[in-house]
Design a protein around this ligand. Structure first.
Ligand SMILES: CC(C)(COP(=O)(O)OP(=O)(O)OC[C@H]1O[C@@H](n2cnc3c(N)ncnc32)[C@H](O)[C@@H]1OP(=O)(O)O)[C@@H](O)C(=O)NCCC(=O)NCCS
Length: 168
């Protein structure tokens, strides 16, 4: 399915809420991603993206058929970690399993390495999140390690996997 990555707009609010207000998405994300996802949350996130320069966090909306259906970003690290970026993403459930995120991650990896001169792009994934692990593996990411029960999400301890891809 065709999709586009573009900068966030204030007018994306209603589409963002419709896509993001879903516990099946929130269960695999940090608690900073709210559930339920309200109008206030959407405004706060879009405002953050619009006010944050690309070289601090490269945030893009995933747009399908003219409507926001997800989000992807590269968060750039500092100091001795300054050649590292953390990739994060989610997609509305009706579009899962169509290869969209595999392709979007591939696009962002290229941007991170080529436009921002990163050396390492990494992701933190909760152990039950097999779809995300597959997306990363299809993009050549390697599972570096497991932080045992490092995550406390929805009243459960979960193992945290770190995946990374080095610039070749
Ligand atoms: C993770 C996520 C972004 C994947 O997006 P997507 O566009 O559906 O991903 P793709 O279609 O590109 O690839 C998904 C792959 O996972 C596989 N998959 C999906 N569910 C799976 C499961 N339960 N077990 C094993 N593999 C699974 C698919 O078969 C596919 O692999 P394949 O191409 O080899 O068949 C989406 O599921 C999502 O938004 N999840 C909630 C938020 C989230 O987890 N974000 C990432 C946090 S690290």
């Amino acid at each position: 399915m065709d999709y586009e990555l573009r900068k966030w707009e204030y007018s994306d609010g209603p589409d963002l809420i419709a896509a993001a207000d879903d516990p099946r998405i929130a269960r695999y994300l940090r608690d900073i991603f709210p559930s339920p996802y309200t109008e206030k949350d959407a405004l706060q996130y879009i405002t953050y993206c619009k006010n944050t320069p690309d070289n601090l966090e490269f945030c893009r909306a995933i747009v399908i058929g003219g409507h926001v259906a997800g989000s992807i970003s590269l968060l750039f690290m500092h100091d001795v970690s300054r050649k590292n970026a953390e990739i994060g993403y989610w997609l509305a459930t009706p579009y899962h399993g169509m290869g969209i995120m595999t392709s979007a991650v591939s696009e962002l990896v290229k941007i991170g390495f080529e436009d921002f001169d990163m050396h390492r792009i990494y992701a933190e994934v909760y152990a039950p999140n097999l779809a995300s692990q597959r997306v990363l593996e299809k993009n050549g990411f390697i599972r570096e390690g497991c932080f045992r029960e490092a995550v406390f999400k929805n009243d459960q301890y979960l193992d945290l996997y770190v995946y990374s891809l080095l610039r070749s």
